[in-house]
Write a protein that binds this ligand. Sequence first.
Ligand code: 13P
Length: 338
Amino acid sequence: MGQQQVLEETISQLIHPGKGILAADESAPTIAKRFTAVGVESTEDKRREYRSLMFSTPGLGDYISGVILYEETLDQLSLDGEPMAALLQRQGIVPGIKVDKGKGPLANAPGDEITFGLDGLEERLLGFREQGARFAKWRDVYHITDTNPSRLAMEANAEILARYAAVCQSLGIVPIVETEVLIDGHHTIERCAQVSEAVLREVFRALDRHGVGLEGMLLKPSMVTPGKSHTSQASPEQVAQATLSVFRRAVPAAVPGIVFLSGGQTPEQATANLHALNQHAPQPWQLSFSYGRALQEPAQHAWAGNLENGPAAQDALHLRAKLNSAARNGAYKPEMES
Ligand code: 13P
């Protein structure tokens, strides 16, 4: 198989109808925050127990096509002593890997951040591919204020994101290009739309500059919503309309799939919004999910650090995966929550 065919094969698995991606790639500091919220101290062993439980959820592969892993997890064995990537493959799930190294302040751009991790990327990717990873993720983050994100931040982040995507494709690894316009703040949905469109236009300019094949990548954006502290929240239909009008302007039709992040929406909101988006099908791209918190939060509460709660935690993950699968087909109903 040629490299292009390898990429397209992985993508068709990832955007399989009725399935989406589980983002379980929280870095050590982020997963510590999630564990603290349910009263668990984050140790290497606890992270292994929790993720092993999640990935061995019976029937998970019916709704989940891919899982994004953190480096540490790719090196770990499941509770049954099997490499985590092998466990996922046995479930019919494609293993992927987060490859960015987090973010920090961008010099000369007050309030903006830049994502790190290009140094040594090719070598690291080769190692991850050896361990079974077939796709990768890199996250760029944009803060909204009256003056952020600056043009400098949009250009610098887009450039780096495109370089990451080009390296992935050269190795037959599908790049997930993640642009998270943060939900924090009191901005309006219109301001979010304006920033999201500017960010996406800049990213696709950079992808073009670097020769990234649009058919061989997936986009992982945030939905267009008002800020979390805005006086009123938007309905799923308002979110769907605002999101689609931005994406139809800024995302080329050659991109096979848009896999949204949940970005601080509640699990129910993230499902209802995805459903509303899919009510407007067909669109040029598959509209799917790559949720972290919105898939895992109820499972983390059910688990609470106790192995005996494993089956309850798996049930909670299974339910959210199933409901998002329904939303992906525009077939979710709030009654299905109970
Ligand atoms: P959330 O769905 O919790 O935003 O996580 C998705 C993700 O991968 C963020 O990088």
